[in-house]
Design a protein around this ligand. Structure first.
Ligand code: ADP
Ligand code: MG
Length: 630
């Protein structure tokens, strides 16, 4: 119901997010797999093990085949033994290829199925997020990159699984095999690969650090990019002649980003070259050992040939593990961490209580501070909104009106003190249960790229229900209340008009959009309704008319209107004046005028906005008076 626009926040907060270790990540992911597709996963494991062993088997059968061939050539055994072993070797090779295909196919299926499953989980999670999380700049990365991290996390999980159930069995097999040939052979092989693995580990550490350092710069960089090219920014940026300005900022952050990447690359690059040379030396060493053993008669010609043929394969597989798999794991660790952090983000808890949203609101000692902010946006707020009362919240820009609305509707929980809606503490109740009876139009409402009908009827949904967008009477009523005319030429196809040029629809003016947003707020069934200055693009007299109409409709329902234009505030039963995060005064229009102070000062300054009025209607001031007296 309450759209939040979190796109334009720039970061100043420190990146103090916790690091999550690889085992912790896997421990977090495995339960999902076990829930989504346990049997398939186990089958993958079995196939991987058999696949890994089949490569080892090739070496073993090769040895016997080569031995049989040399013996047959020397006339020591019958030729048909060598032939049968040759056929066996072919069979094992083919079997291994088939397993390879099955293994790959299962991997792809696993990734596809799991990513569908996790997407659903992510959407569910997003809907449970505590909205205040969106106010923390560092967490925005986690939210925005969670999608990328989800895909990468599945790759990572599959890769790690293969390391354990495919590569490890293969190397264990080969290790035993080499060990029984000549112990030194097995040990030297393992030692050769250690430097490569070490270099890759160091690389991953360097890049993880880089990722942490680069994230804020990248966020800035992407923002400047938007300022230059994005549709929403383009016009103003051009009008201001600010392209050069943003291009310069863009360039500077790009240079910074590249420099950091380059430093990390050059450092790890040198390291890698050194390690590769070491590996090569090891390779030559193993060949030497092999020759030595053969010449001394410690191993047969068949064993020599089989091992010789498999050395390349082992090196290939090791490189694949170290460069590709370790590499991709370390590269993706950053985004995967984003995904896990997203999954761990604070959720609004609370129980499924029945809340009478129209049953009044009580704030006691409420204080609120935005995450990462240095000062309180609101403090020491004590306020009682009676059931059925209309309250106006007035105050200057930045006084804390919107923040107060977020507390009054339970969208945000107070940092200290309490907010009770219909007698229920907003901390105790789940967000969906709380919002069931609340409707509102926030200052930063959304312009959905949907039809006019859907733009309004979208608010009619109560979680899980289909929107009852075919309820035309209700739509018309909401539109009338918001002074929105679906029959006007602005909407060529009436309710079905698409409100986006991107989708072959129309663009609306700011004032028209505001009426759409207001109609959306009215369409939703509610006991408590809030309007937080959705009327900035409508002139003061129009706004007053709209709010006056609103008050008539809202009669009997608890309602809160926010405005910095006092002509509209007069329709309220009581007016709350907010000044620098505190409640400066509460009372009726007359009481507040008499008391002097901020309200009287603002009222005098704004009197000219409402000076002349349509004669036939009588002055709006008289009309307000009638309303208030009723
Ligand atoms: N996300 C945020 N993080 C930190 N401070 C914020 C944030 N949003 C608003 N504020 C601060 O809280 C104060 C009150 O803001 P707000 O409630 O939007 O005022 P109003 O609606 O009266 O114009 C302002 O000083 C503003 O700078
Ligand atoms: Mg505001």
């Amino acid at each position: 119901m309450v759209p939040i626009n979190a796109q334009d926040k720039k970061t100043t907060a420190k990146d103090d997010r916790r690091r999550i270790s690889l085992p912790a990540i896997l421990g977090r992911l495995l339960p999902f797999v076990m829930q989504a597709m346990p049997w398939f996963f186990l089958l993958c494991v079995v196939v991987a093990i058999v696949h890994g062993m089949s490569y080892g088997l090739i070496t073993l059968v090769s040895q016997h085949f080569f031995d049989a061939v040399t013996q047959a050539v020397a006339g020591k055994t019958a030729v048909h033994i060598a032939v049968w072993l040759g056929i066996g070797l072919g069979a094992v090779n083919i079997g291994s290829q088939v397993l390879n295909g099955v293994h790959n196919f299962m991997g792809n299926t696993f990734l596809k199925k799991m990513s569908g499953y996790l997407t659903v989980r992510m959407n569910a999670k997003a809907s449970r997020l505590d909205p205040v999380a969106y106010e923390t700049p560092a967490l925005l990365d986690d939210i925005n990159k969670a999608d990328e991290g989800m895909t990468n996390s599945l790759f990572m999980l599959f890769t790690v699984m293969n390391l354990f159930v495919f590569y490890v069995p293969y190397f264990l097999f080969m290790g035993f095999y080499l060990y029984q040939l000549k112990p030194l052979l097995a040990i030297s092989l393992l030692l050769v690969f250690v430097p490569v693995a070490a270099s890759q580990l160091i690389r991953s550490v360097v890049f993880a650090r880089l990722e942490d350092k680069a994230a804020p710069i990248r966020r800035e960089f992407e923002y400047y990019e938007r300022c230059i090219g994005d549709r929403d920014y383009f016009k103003e940026t051009r009008l201001l002649g600010a392209f050069g300005f943003f291009r310069e900022l863009y360039r500077t952050s790009l240079v910074l980003l590249n420099r950091q990447t380059w430093t990390a690359e050059s450092r790890t690059g040198l390291l890698e070259i050194a390690m590769r040379l070491l590996t090569l030396a090891g390779y030559v060493g193993v060949l030497y050992l092999l020759f030595d053993a053969l010449l001394k008669g410690e191993i047969s010609i068949g064993a020599f040939s089989a091992v010789f043929a498999s050395i390349d394969m082992m090196f290939g597989i090791m490189k694949e593990i170290v460069s590709d798999h370790f590499g991709s794991i370390s590269r993706n660790l950053g985004t995967v961490r984003n995904f896990i952090r997203f999954l761990d983000m604070p959720e609004r808890g609370g129980r499924e209580l029945a809340v009478d949203a129209g049953g009044g609101i009580v704030l006691a000692g409420a204080r609120f501070r935005y995450p990462g902010a240095g000062t309180d946006a609101l403090s020491g707020v004590d306020l009682e909104v009676e059931p059925g009362e209309t309250i106006a919240i007035v105050g200057e820009n930045g006084a804390g009106k919107t923040t107060l609305v977020k507390l009054l509707t339970g969208l945000y929980l107070p940092t200290e003190g309490s907010v009770r809606i219909g007698g229920v503490d907003t901390r105790d109740v789940s967000a969906p249960a709380l919002y069931r009876g609340i409707s509102g139009v926030l200052q930063k409402y959304q312009r959905y790229k949907l039809s006019l009908r859907d733009n309004v009827a979208i608010s009619g949904r109560t979680d899980g229900d289909e929107p009852d967008s075919r309820d035309d009477d209700r739509l018309e009523l909401a539109a009338r209340k918001a002074e929105l005319d679906a029959g006007s030429p602005v909407f060529p196809t009436g309710w079905e008009t698409m409100l986006s040029r991107e989708f072959d629809g129309v663009d609306l003016s700011g004032g028209q959009w505001q009426r759409v947003a207001i109609a959306r707020g009215f369409y939703r069934a509610h006991e408590l309704v809030v309007l937080d200055e959705p009327t900035a693009a409508i002139d003061p007299v129009e706004e007053t008319r709209l709010y006056r109409q609103f008050a008539e409709i809202a009669r009997g329902k608890t309602s809160i209107i926010v405005t910095h234009r006092l002509g509209s505030a007069r329709i309220a039963d009581r007016i709350v004046v907010v000044e620098e995060g505190r409640l400066a005064a509460i009372g009726t229009h007359e009481e507040l005028l008499q008391a002097g102070g901020k309200y009287a000062e603002m009222y005098r300054a704004q009197a000219q906005w409402y000076g002349r009025d349509e004669e036939e209607d009588g002055s709006p001031e008289q009309e307000f008076q009638v309303l208030v007296d009723k």
